[in-house]
Design a protein around this ligand. Sequence first.
Ligand code: AKG
Length: 192
Amino acid sequence: MVAFASDVVSVPHAVSNDSARVALQWIRKLPDEAWQPVNLRSKDRSRIKFSAQRFYGEAESWDTRVPPELLALGEEAVEAARAKAPDAPWDVFNIDTLVLNRYPKGKGVGKHHDPPKWVPLVVGVTLYDDPHNSPVNAMEFAHQRDSLVVPTPHRSAYAFHGSAYWGATHARRPCSAKQKGNVYSLTFRAFA
Ligand SMILES: O=C(O)CCC(=O)C(=O)O
């Protein structure tokens, strides 16, 4: 048994088809300039952050609040994840930050820890432009020799907290070359 596995949950169908459709429509309307590199070393314009707090990369154009259309999606996923992980710190998890990543085929995010000063709980929703014609992507959590791969189909959510937040790294596995359109990840967080 992987040591931190009890602090990671996966929820298939965490958000409804309607919620996914509304969120995807909203995301696709964003102007291309809104997408910015993850950090100064990156060339890919793949990230938008909605928060009053600093969280890795910053851009002038980014909003300081989570838009209501996407907050609704986060709250739906929180309810679904909470039912599966009642011991996570939900009582202090007042969503104030959304990190939105878009992954074209072949792209992912390398392993990293999230910064301190945040509630040690992340809820991530994954949406696909073309879920019927794209292989399922995955998140990977790792600590020393232990690793846990969590498939992330369309409309699924994952949540990680506690030892999986502090001890393990997380990464988005590179998306398949066969993927059609983008995969989007919406990670909801709360500043401590
Ligand atoms: O793709 C994901 O769901 C995770 C993204 C992530 O870890 C990050 O943006 O720091």
